[in-house]
Design a binder for this molecule. Sequence first.
Ligand SMILES: NC(=O)c1ccc[n+]([C@@H]2O[C@H](COP(=O)([O-])OP(=O)(O)OC[C@H]3O[C@@H](n4cnc5c(N)ncnc54)[C@H](OP(=O)(O)O)[C@@H]3O)[C@@H](O)[C@H]2O)c1
Length: 287
Amino acid sequence: MRILIIGAGGQLGKEACLGFAAKGDEVISAGRAELDLSVPHAVADAVAAYKADWVINCAAYTQVDKAEEEAELAFRVNRDGARAVAQGAKRSDSRLLHVSTDFIFAGDRSRPYGEADTGAPISVYGQSKWEGEQAVRETLPEALIVRTAWVYGAHGNNFVKTLLRLMAEREEIRVVDDQLGTPSWTADIVTAMQTLIEKDLSGTWNFTNEGVASWFDFAHQIISIAAQLGHPGKVRRLLPIPSREYPSAAKRPNYSVLNKEKIRSVLGDEIPHWCDSLRSMLVEMPL
Ligand SMILES: NC(=O)c1ccc[n+]([C@@H]2O[C@H](COP(=O)([O-])OP(=O)(O)OC[C@H]3O[C@@H](n4cnc5c(N)ncnc54)[C@H](OP(=O)(O)O)[C@@H]3O)[C@@H](O)[C@H]2O)c1
């Protein structure tokens, strides 16, 4: 299949390029230079010109705190740009996989969010992604929308890489322990995407790894596994703190676990636990 991957330089986009190419698909990687979603009027024709079988949109304005002061840009990329990608896919009769986020939810409950739950974002980033999802659905009702959460991987910047750096630099690290979600490895997200595409599915699907963690739990596992694997570290104390002691510009959901019942019916019981995937990622990553 001919697959156009937009946002090819990001952590998920890069993994998707490698994963689909490894399966023998013809991958067209489009970074910001080829497709700039902040200029939506130019995007639809450009996407259509690739004449792809599938378009995968991994591009997004992802700076959650900065979005509070750059709202106009965040909406232009995450809503208007996403809509333009869907318009392009429609014009060339391509299937579309659009990536969305747990941050579309308020996180003010303690039951996992299902695909039918309505977004109620508490940040500019979350609102821009929620409106982006809606724009994609309105433009291309048969689009495939994959919601994921707490993404990390070998490429780009993420919490795992930040922790590895901090554990080498600091004796004490404080990490928030009152926000719950599920760390999700880009390699597993791409495998799930491949199955959904192979089965030619439409509609909204949640995918994360299995299990639930706080950022503190996540940090604890990163440091323990990295130490076992010989990563350098001078950290002696890892301390849990409440969110109010780590002020940030954007509010984040306290609870953003996604319900995976629907995707389990397709993937079976093959979704790895987040701790196992974290270990796999760290084993694969060079020291
Ligand atoms: N990170 C998470 O924890 C998380 C959680 C849930 C869902 N998601 C979703 O997963 C998807 C992938 O995120 P990620 O973690 O891979 O983020 P990322 O590493 O920040 O990658 C985002 C990509 O989007 C590109 N981009 C930004 N503005 C653009 C523009 N105006 N035009 C074209 N490309 C632009 C970036 O390009 P540059 O490299 O040039 O900046 C980058 O390659 C996004 O839809 C995100 O909302 C992420």
